[in-house]
Design a protein. Structure first.
Length: 343
């Protein structure tokens, strides 16, 4: 017999919604800021930096902490530490975002960022066995023209570990449609696409992301519950929602994870594909294991729900079809074995 806590710790996991800069540990931010002579916002205890009530407040801190990254080796360190935490939570495959555009004003080039990130990914894979790929996020607050320049850099880099793009930062008043041409260019060269939508923005931004950006994955997506017709469509089309319990309790209107009408619970109970992620773990005092705990104990995910969401995650990931089939068979069997041990 194993306990629920052991079950949650032992099951194989993947992350499809994790931000590199949001995974910077507080002490690492302080170390790097000091080394690089960068001023962080004032704090008494480092952890106090990571307190906010809204997405806007959070994004200010996220950006300020990101300024502490300057050299390729800084990127290597934070990538390695992020993936070390993934491995500690039995997260075996990771698709992570990073935010190149906020570093350009500090003179940190895309290649410097990617060189460090690639080194951190390689070191983490050999030390912990965790496989990862990355997806730069297009900052919707900076507009499509800046995004197009940035896409040129992505194309110029042509990096096999850089497999897709996302769209993030503050939603309102930045709807997805102006990014349609940029996303089409990205898709045309074989990049995968996903978009943050329906976290603080309306259900309409989810519909717009599916229609204009042609994404099959929505990051967050909580406001889908406001639009029954869109809910049904997302169910029929098998759209995958990468949800983040701790973030949702701060940035979305659903602050109480135990409430019967919490959007993530409603989405799951309706039969939408939802899978669990940590988003910006230390910045919300969490990790993937804790997010699974919140899913199980507060959002009503049964072991069978967790099994289903793991398979949905594998199918909705950017892995090749052969690997998807292998993971689904192997991880499915592993989870079945652990469910049997739950007793
Ligand atoms: N960047 C990092 N975390 C984010 C979030 N939750 N929403 C939008 N942009 C983000
Ligand atoms: Zn996110």
């Amino acid at each position: 017999m194993i306990s629920m806590a052991e079950f949650l710790a032992k099951i194989p996991k993947m992350e499809l919604h994790l931000h590199l800069e949001g995974a910077i540990r507080p002490q690492t931010a302080v170390d790097l800021a000091r080394k690089n002579g960068v001023a962080l916002p004032p704090f008494e205890r480092v952890e106090d930096l990571y307190r906010y009530d809204t997405l806007e407040q959070f994004l200010k801190i996220y950006t300020a902490v990101s300024d502490s990254l300057v050299s390729a080796d800084d990127y290597r360190r934070v990538t390695y530490e992020m993936l070390e935490s993934c491995a500690a939570n039995n997260s075996r495959y990771v698709e992570f975002f990073f935010s190149p555009q906020i570093h350009f004003p500090n003179g940190v080039s895309f290649d410097t960022q990617m060189d460090g990130i690639r080194a951190g990914m390689a070191d983490a894979e050999s030390d912990f066995g965790v496989v990862s790929v990355c997806a730069p996020g297009v900052n919707r607050e900076l507009g499509p023209a800046a995004g197009e320049d940035f896409l040129d850099m992505i194309f110029a880099r042509g990096d096999e570990k850089l497999v897709g793009i996302g769209l993030d930062f503050n939603e309102a008043p930045f709807p997805p449609e102006p990014y349609a041409a940029l996303f089409e260019r990205a898709r045309n060269v074989g990049l995968q696409v996903t978009a943050h939508a329906g976290e603080t923005g309306p259900a309409e931004f989810i519909r717009g992301s599916i229609d204009a950006l042609k994404v099959r994955r929505i990051d967050h997506g909580y406001h889908v519950v406001d639009d029954p017709e869109l809910m049904q469509r997302c169910k029929d089309e098998g759209i995958l929602f990468t949800v983040c319990p701790s973030t949702s309790a701060v940035t979305s209107p659903w602050h109480d994870l135990s409430a019967p009408d919490h959007a993530i619970r409603v989405m799951k109970d309706f039969g939408l594909k939802v899978m669990i992620n940590s988003d910006d773990p230390p910045m919300f005092f969490t990790d993937l294991g804790k997010e699974y705990g919140k899913a199980a104990h507060q959002l009503g995910f049964t072991p069978a729900d967790i099994r289903r969401s793991t398979i949905d995650a594998i199918e909705g990931s950017w892995l090749d079809d052969t690997t998807k089939r292998r993971y689904a068979a192997e991880w499915g069997a592993e989870i079945d074995g652990l469910i049997a041990e739950l007793g």
